[in-house]
Ligand binder design. Structure first.
Ligand code: ADP
Length: 663
C-alpha cells in the first residue's frame, strides 16, 4: 500500500554512532588544553633564550672594557720600555687611564727587581700582593703575556678585586711589569645597563662559586631563568651569572586560558544537552514509527475502504480495501481529480452534482451510490463522508469510509422478491377462497333476481292472456306488483356488483397509495364480503364505531385486506361454538394520536404455544390454512407505522387490535 508518509530509515542502534563524535570532542578538548601549555612552554623558552643572549651581550661588554684597559696598559708599557717618561708625564697618563675606566683602582709599575717605580690609586697592602696575584705575575713573566689573578678581597665591606699583570720586555729581556687592579663591582655597575639590571640579578663568581661582585637593581633573581658564562680572562676563572627576576609564566595568566576552559566546559555541557535531546528524539521517533506501522497494518487489514481527498477533490490517500473495491492500484488513484476512473457512466450526473457540493464545502455525510470496477462490474457502496481536520483545527479535505453493500443489496432484493411472491400467492389463495365464496354468495342474489324477474314475467303474461280472452274487460296488469319485483331484482343485482367490485379491488395488485381514509368507509367497502362469510357461518356481525372518528393516512385496499383477514380468522375461530353465541364485533377507539380498531370474537382463543408463532409466515393450525394472513396483516400495518397486537377476550375468544396514526 502506498503511504503518503515515507517511512524514515531506522537510525543505527548501539554505542557506535556515538564513538566518532565523542572521540572528536575529546581530541578537541585535548588540543584546547595542550595549546596554553604549549604557549607557556614557548614563552619560557623564549625568555631563557633572551636571557642567554643578554648575558652574552653583558659578557662581551665587560670583556671589551677590560680589553680596552689592557690595550692602554700595553701602550703605556711599550713606552716605558723604550724610555721612562718624566714622573709628572707618567702620572698624567695614568690619570687619563683612571678617567677612562672607573673600575681601575690602582696601577703599579714594577721594575725588573720587583721594586715599585710608580703607583697611582690604592696603596699596596703592607703584605704585598696576594698569593694568587704573585702566581699570576709569575705566569705572566713565564708566558710573556698579560695575565689576571683570581679575584680576591671580597668581604662585606670591600668588593672583590682582580689584578692584571703585564710583563714588559726590552730586547727580549724582562724589564719589569705593569699591574692594574680592577674593582669588579664597579666593573658591573659601570658597564651593565640599568634596564638589564632591573630585570636580572647579576653576579661575578670566583672559581669556588663565591660571589665577588653583584648587581641586583630589580631585587634578587627567582632562580628560574639563569645562565652562567665564563668571562674568559686569561689566568682567571671569573664567571658571569645572571638570574632573571621574572617567574615562570603562570598556567592561567591570561584571558585566553580562562576562555578556553569556559568554552570547553560550555561545549561539554551543550554536548550532554544535545545528547539527551537526541536520545529523547530517537525514543519519540521509535514510538512514532511503531504507531505508524500499527496504523498502516490496521488500515491495510480493514475491510472498509478508506479514501482521503483534499479540498479540491484530489485523492490523497486510499487503503487496499478501497483499491480492491474499484479494482485499481493506488498509483492510478493518488493525485486523481474527478471524473474518477471508477465512476459508472449511467450515474455521471449524480457524481458531478455531489462533487460540486464537495467543492462548495458541503459533502453529503452519508449516501449510497454505485462504483464501476475495472472489469465493468457495478459495486453498490455506502459512503460516509466527514471533514478531514488537521491538528491545527484546519479543514484540509474530506475523509470517506466506503462500505461494499453488494451482499446487503442482494439480500434486500431477494427478500423483496420473496415478499412480493408471498403476497401474490397469499392474494391468490385468498382469491381462490373468496371466488368459491363468491360463487355461493352470488347464487343467492342471482336466484333472487331470477325469481323476481320470473314473477314479473308471469304478471305480464297473465295480463296479456286476460286482454285476449275478454276484449273490453278491465286490464288485469298489476303494476304495483311488477314494480316491487323489479326493485328487488335491482337491489340484488347491485349487491352482487358490490361484492364483485370489492373482491376485485382487493385482489388487484397495486402500489401502496396513501390517502385520508375514514375507517367507517373501509368497513362499508367490504361489509358485503364480511356479511357473506358471517352469514355462511351463522355469525352475527356488529360494527360499533363512535360517530366522529377521525380519518387515518393509509392505503385503503391494504386496510381492507387487513380487516378481511382478521374477520375471516375470527369467523373461523367461532366455528365450534354454539351458533347463538357466534358474535363478531368490530369496534374503534380514538386515543391522543391514534385510531385503534379491534376485531373481537368469542372463539376458541389462542394457546400460548400458538401465540409465540402467530405472526410467522406459513404458521397455521388449520387443516387448509396457509398461515400467511397475520404475517401479511402485520407487514401492512407496520408499513403504515402502526402496530398490530392481540389479547384474550375476557368473555372467551380473542381481540386483535391495530392502531394507526391519525391523518
Ligand atoms: P391461517 O388463517 O391461514 O391459518 P393466519 O396467519 O391468518 O393463517 O393465522 C395463523 C393462526 O393464528 C391460525 O391458524 C390460528 O391458529 C391463529 N388465529 C388467528 N386468528 C385467530 C383468532 N381470532 N382466534 C384464534 N386463533 C386465531
Amino acid at each position: 500500500m502506498k503511504n503518503p508518509f515515507t517511512t524514515p530509515r531506522p537510525v543505527p542502534e548501539g554505542p557506535w554512532r556515538w564513538l566518532v563524535p565523542v572521540l572528536l570532542v575529546l581530541l578537541f578538548l585535548l588540543v584546547l588544553l595542550w595549546l596554553p601549555w604549549q604557549a607557556r612552554q614557548m614563552e619560557a623558552n623564549e625568555r631563557q633564550e633572551q636571557l642567554i643572549a643578554d648575558t652574552l651581550w653583558v659578557e662581551q661588554t665587560l670583556r671589551f672594557e677590560l680589553a680596552r684597559s689592557e690595550e692602554a696598559l700595553a701602550t703605556l708599557g711599550a713606552d716605558l720600555v723604550v724610555e721612562a717618561p718624566a714622573a709628572n708625564v707618567l702620572q698624567a697618563r695614568l690619570a687619563q687611564m683612571f678617567k677612562n675606566g672607573h673600575e681601575l683602582r690602582r696601577v703599579v709599575w714594577l721594575g725588573p727587581d720587583g721594586g715599585v717605580r710608580a703607583l697611582r690609586g690604592m696603596e699596596l697592602p703592607a703584605a704585598g700582593l696576594t698569593e694568587s696575584s704573585r702566581e699570576a705575575a709569575e705566569m705572566a713573566r713565564t708566558t710573556r703575556a698579560g695575565r689576571y689573578s683570581e679575584p680576591y678581597g671580597a668581604t662585606a665591606a670591600l668588593h672583590g678585586l682582580v689584578d692584571f699583570h703585564l710583563p714588559l720586555y726590552r730586547a727580549g729581556t724582562y724589564a719589569g711589569s705593569l699591574v692594574a687592579t680592577y674593582n669588579l663591582q664597579t666593573l658591573l655597575d659601570e658597564n651593565v645597563p640599568w634596564w638589564f639590571a632591573q630585570d636580572n640579578a647579576l653576579s661575578l663568581l670566583d672559581r669556588d662559586d663565591r660571589v665577588v661582585a653583584q648587581r641586583a637593581a630589580g631585587g634578587p633573581g627567582r632562580g628560574i631563568y639563569t645562565h652562567k658564562r665564563a668571562l674568559d680572562l686569561p689566568g682567571s676563572q671569573i664567571v658571569l651569572a645572571t638570574d632573571s627576576v621574572k617567574g615562570a609564566p603562570k598556567l592561567l595568566p591570561n584571558l585566553l586560558v580562562g576562555s578556553v576552559i569556559v568554552l570547553a566546559l560550555g561545549l561539554v555541557l551543550s554536548l550532554v544537552a544535545l545528547w539527551r535531546h537526541i536520545a529523547r528524539t530517537i525514543a519519540a521517533e521509535n514510538a512514532l514509527r511503531q504507531q505508524m506501522a500499527f496504523r498502516t497494518a490496521m488500515e491495510d487489514s480493514l475491510l472498509t475502504g478508506l479514501r482521503a481527498r483534499d479540498l479540491e477533490g484530489r485523492v490523497t490517500y486510499v487503503n487496499p480495501a478501497f483499491c480492491r473495491m474499484v479494482g485499481l492500484p493506488p498509483e492510478e488513484l493518488l493525485g486523481k481529480k474527478p471524473p474518477m476512473p471508477y465512476w459508472a457512466p449511467e450515474a455521471m450526473a449524480e457524481y458531478e452534482q455531489r462533487f460540486r457540493k464537495v467543492l462548495a464545502g458541503q459533502a453529503t455525510p452519508q449516501f449510497e451510490t454505485v462504483f464501476q470496477r475495472t472489469d465493468g462490474v457495478r459495486v453498490p457502496v455506502l459512503i460516509f463522508e466527514a471533514p478531514l481536520v488537521d491538528n491545527h483545527g484546519r479543514h484540509t479535505g474530506w475523509m470517506s469510509s466506503v462500505l461494499d453493500i453488494t451482499d446487503r443489496k442482494r439480500a434486500e432484493e431477494l427478500s423483496r422478491q420473496q415478499q412480493e411472491k408471498l403476497e401474490t400467492s397469499a392474494r391468490l389463495s385468498t382469491m381462490g377462497e373468496i371466488s368459491s365464496m363468491l360463487a355461493h354468495e352470488l347464487n343467492q342474489p342471482l336466484a333472487a333476481i331470477s325469481s323476481y324477474t320470473a314473477g314479473a314475467l308471469n304478471v305480464l303474461n297473465r295480463a296479456n292472456a286476460d286482454e285476449g280472452s275478454a276484449p273490453g274487460a278491465a286490464p288485469a296488469l298489476d303494476i304495483g306488483m311488477l314494480k316491487r319485483a323489479l326493485e328487488q331484482a335491482n337491489t340484488q343485482a347491485r349487491r352482487a356488483g358490490q361484492v364483485i367490485r370489492s373482491v376485485h379491488e382487493f385482489v388487484k395488485k397495486r402500489e401502496p397509495h396513501r390517502e385520508n381514509v375514514a375507517m367507517q368507509q373501509v368497513v362499508d367497502g367490504i361489509r358485503a364480503l364480511i356479511d357473506m362469510q358471517a352469514r355462511q357461518s351463522y355469525v352475527t356481525l356488529q360494527v360499533d364505531f363512535p360517530p366522529a372518528l377521525p380519518p387515518v393516512l393509509a392505503d385503503r385496499v391494504l386496510l381492507e385486506q387487513v380487516l378481511l383477514n382478521l374477520t375471516r380468522n375470527a369467523i373461523e375461530a367461532m366455528q365450534d361454538i354454539a351458533p347463538e353465541r357466534r358474535l363478531l364485533r368490530i369496534t374503534a377507539q380514538e386515543t391522543d394520536a391514534q385510531v385503534a380498531v379491534s376485531v373481537i370474537d368469542n372463539g376458541h382463543g389462542i394457546a400460548p404455544e400458538v401465540a409465540e408463532r402467530l405472526f410467522s409466515p406459513f404458521f397455521s393450525t388449520k387443516a387448509e390454512g396457509m398461515g400467511m394472513g397475520l404475517s401479511i396483516c402485520r407487514t401492512a400495518i407496520e408499513f403504515h407505522g402502526g402496530t398490530l397486537s392481540h389479547a384474550d377476550n375476557p368473555g372467551g375468544g380473542t381481540v386483535f387490535t391495530f392502531a394507526l396514526q391519525k391523518a
